[in-house]
Design a protein around this ligand. Structure first.
Ligand SMILES: *[C@@H]1O[C@H](CO)[C@@H](O)[C@H](O)[C@H]1NC(C)=O
Ligand SMILES: *[C@@H]1O[C@H](CO)[C@@H](O)[C@H](O)[C@H]1NC(C)=O
Ligand SMILES: *[C@@H]1O[C@H](CO)[C@@H](O)[C@H](O)[C@H]1NC(C)=O
Ligand SMILES: *[C@@H]1O[C@H](CO)[C@@H](O)[C@H](O)[C@H]1NC(C)=O
Ligand SMILES: *[C@@H]1O[C@H](CO)[C@@H](O)[C@H](O)[C@H]1NC(C)=O
Ligand SMILES: *[C@@H]1O[C@H](CO)[C@@H](O)[C@H](O)[C@H]1NC(C)=O
Ligand SMILES: *[C@@H]1O[C@H](CO)[C@@H](O)[C@H](O)[C@H]1NC(C)=O
Ligand SMILES: *[C@@H]1O[C@H](CO)[C@@H](O)[C@H](O)[C@H]1NC(C)=O
Ligand SMILES: *[C@@H]1O[C@H](CO)[C@@H](O)[C@H](O)[C@H]1NC(C)=O
Ligand SMILES: *[C@@H]1O[C@H](CO)[C@@H](O)[C@H](O)[C@H]1NC(C)=O
Ligand SMILES: *[C@@H]1O[C@H](CO)[C@@H](O)[C@H](O)[C@H]1NC(C)=O
Ligand SMILES: *[C@@H]1O[C@H](CO)[C@@H](O)[C@H](O)[C@H]1NC(C)=O
Length: 496
């Protein structure tokens, strides 16, 4: 590893001569696919170099990150067409499915949290939507990808806890684990996303109702701050969720955003469009203030888990672009939906999709430049704002880089379990595409819209709370909602 340091010091030289990734042409599908192929190969080499158990990456990588890795590798195949790794990926997912087919394998059960479990469920969901083939070695499999995801949904909704905080999913599953007395955005946001995707995939209204219920609870309790779409990390249940941990992570914001995008696609209600827009606006201003996605809470001090979080937000931004209808961006609340109000403050500043694409492109160019490290020039660093390798490498960096590259490839239609028409016209009891006012919009995001489109009046200048949150946390890289399983104090600055 000593050589890495000297390589880092010679970063400029390296950047000047090395890999094709640096010459990424962000507007070329082939160029982006090639860059993604290099990163995917790095991830799979890391896996085959170090893994002893199918599906798992060894220490320092926790269980959840394996789930995220397989999710990203399925997405890689779906968007590039490179099926090379599919058998290994399918085997990895299935090996960890556990005796009850809900991703609680016995080796993990005593340390597994709800968010760990749901990362695997989301990977199974991606496998279902993309039609990942079941590997030959599991040809007698009696369960489908979607059923694995449904089983996780069933086990988590059974853990919904109304004894404190008016509802919510706790972070941990077991009372004896640190974090049992914590209700966090990663667990609840992942449940929203899982439910929204199951709703779109199956057309079953139970899932739509839960997606809305968990989101509504998150708004009511203040895990998502109503007006500006800020997603906080979580709350202590022993004080009835009265005081949030204000730290913001890209993964938590991203998982709720993906949930809203899928839910809007199923039923374009004011509720979903409004919350999706607010989440997006906050994510854009908080995590990409200079146009590049950044883990603002820790930056160069991010721990192993945190380095992977941007993978989740990169995917979410692509989902927002691909699954929701575009709309104009207005700068001030009160601006009309059609931007004809003759006030300078209501100038049309483009569309949501264009704004998403701008961040995705800039970030991917930075990520590609980072993926020139290690002894073979294929390892990825984390600092997407710098165009020379930052000297770090690891699974989290590579997963984030892979997803930001994939987010720049053209969308591929997802599958559903039933015919498209029956999904679209499905009998969701709550909200249909024609609803002009939806339900339960305690988020203050509907003021200017008379239509169900994403025309929130959230002010892009109203970012004071996110700005101060990022200032706050920049002073110390504190509690990740993962990785606190080693008996350390809870929600402390253990990772500085
Ligand atoms: C895998 O191991 C080989 C041989 O030790 C090494 O050269 C290579 O850098 C490793 N690759 C990764 C991605 O860990
Ligand atoms: C559980 O751990 C044992 C011992 O390391 C290993 O042989 C087995 O493959 C593991 N099972 C899973 C599902 O990870
Ligand atoms: C706890 O919070 C919930 C939701 O905010 C509220 O409905 C409930 O009354 C609170 N319970 C106590 C004991 O304060
Ligand atoms: C809908 O999903 C729920 C939750 O998984 C399940 O209990 C129920 O059987 C499903 N309904 C139908 C008609 O499939
Ligand atoms: C609609 O959603 C609301 C809020 O989640 C819930 O209270 C209500 O029961 C739902 N209605 C039906 C018919 O499912
Ligand atoms: C954005 O740019 C400003 C000015 O260069 C800098 O102070 C700030 O740290 C940057 N923010 C991020 C998240 O990179
Ligand atoms: C996203 O943030 C950029 C600044 O990085 C800003 O210029 C742009 O207007 C924002 N987009 C939206 C839709 O708020
Ligand atoms: C739903 O997503 C598909 C792409 O999968 C897109 O073509 C369609 O326009 C979206 N529908 C809505 C209502 O956003
Ligand atoms: C669109 O602009 C016209 C004026 O040109 C205005 O009367 C109308 O209310 C606007 N629509 C919305 C939804 O604001
Ligand atoms: C929807 O809006 C209409 C008029 O704007 C109103 O009459 C109706 O009560 C509203 N419905 C709901 C569910 O808020
Ligand atoms: C909605 O926003 C308006 C104007 O910004 C404010 O007066 C009102 O209190 C807000 N309502 C809620 C429920 O936050
Ligand atoms: C509402 O949306 C429809 C369809 O997109 C459009 O034709 C109509 O002009 C919109 N109404 C207003 C008031 O913006």
């Amino acid at each position: 590893m000593l050589s890495l340091l000297s390589v880092a010091l010679m970063g400029i030289l390296l950047a000047a001569d090395s890999s094709s990734a640096i010459n990424l042409d962000i507007n070329s599908v082939d160029s982006v696919s090639n860059a993604a192929q290099g990163v995917a190969s790095n991830i799979m080499t890391m896996y085959s170099n170090t893994s002893e158990i199918p599906g798992l990456f060894p220490t320092p990588y926790y269980f959840w990150e394996g789930g995220l890795a397989w999710d990203s590798m399925i997405n890689y195949w779906a968007l590039t067409g490179d099926a090379t790794y599919n058998p290994l990926v399918g085997e990895a997912l299935l090996y960890q499915r556990g005796p009850n087919d809900n991703f609680m394998p016995q080796n993990q059960t005593t340390t597994e949290g709800n968010d760990d479990q749901s990362y695997w469920a989301l990977a199974a969901m991606t496998a279902a939507e993309r039609g990942l083939p079941v590997p030959q070695s599991d040809s007698a499999l009696a369960v489908t990808w979607a059923e694995l995801a449904q089983n996780v949904f069933d086990s988590q909704t059974a853990r919904w806890d109304e004894a404190t905080c008016g509802g919510g999913l706790r972070w941990q599953i077991f009372t004896f684990n640190n974090g049992y007395n914590y209700k966090n955005s990663a667990s609840n946001g992942n449940l929203v996303q899982l439910a929204a995707r199951l709703a779109l995939y199956t057309g079953n209204a139970t899932y739509s109702d839960w997606a809305q219920k968990v989101t509504q609870w998150s708004l009511d309790v203040g895990l998502i701050a109503n007006e500006d779409g800020v997603v906080f990390d979580g709350f202590d249940t022993t004080t009835n969720c009265s005081s949030p941990n204000h730290i913001q992570w890209t993964a938590s914001a991203g998982t709720y955003l993906s949930g809203a995008a899928y839910a809007s696609n199923k039923t374009s209600t004011t509720f979903w469009n409004g919350i999706g827009f607010a989440l997006y606006t906050n994510a854009n201003t908080t995590f990409a203030p200079n146009g590049t996605l950044t883990e603002v809470a820790c930056q160069s001090k991010c721990n192993t888990d945190q380095l992977a979080f941007r993978a989740v937000l990169a995917r979410a931004l692509a989902n927002m672009r691909d699954l929701t209808l575009d709309s104009p961006v207005t700068q001030e609340p009160g601006c009309s939906v059609n931007n004809t109000k003759p006030s300078p403050s209501c100038a049309d500043v483009g569309t949501i999709h264009a704004s998403i694409d701008a961040v995705l492109k800039t970030s991917a160019q930075g990520a590609a430049a980072q993926c020139s490290g290690g002894t073979d020039g294929s390892a990825c660093g984390a600092d997407w704002s710098a165009f020379t390798w930052d000297g770090t490498q690891g699974l989290g960096q590579s997963l984030s880089a892979l997803e930001i590259l994939l987010a720049n490839l053209p969308a591929v239609q997802r599958r559903t379990a039933v015919s498209t028409s029956s999904v679209v016209t499905g009998t969701s009891s709550n909200g249909t595409a024609t609803s002009s006012n939806g339900t339960a919009t305690s988020s203050n995001t509907t003021a200017t819209s008379s239509n169900g489109t994403a025309t929130s009046g959230v002010s892009s200048s109203n970012t004071s709370s996110s700005a101060s949150a990022s200032t706050n946390v920049a002073t110390g890289c504190s509690a990740s909602t993962f990785a606190l399983l080693a008996g350390m104090g809870f929600v402390v600055a253990s990772f500085m």
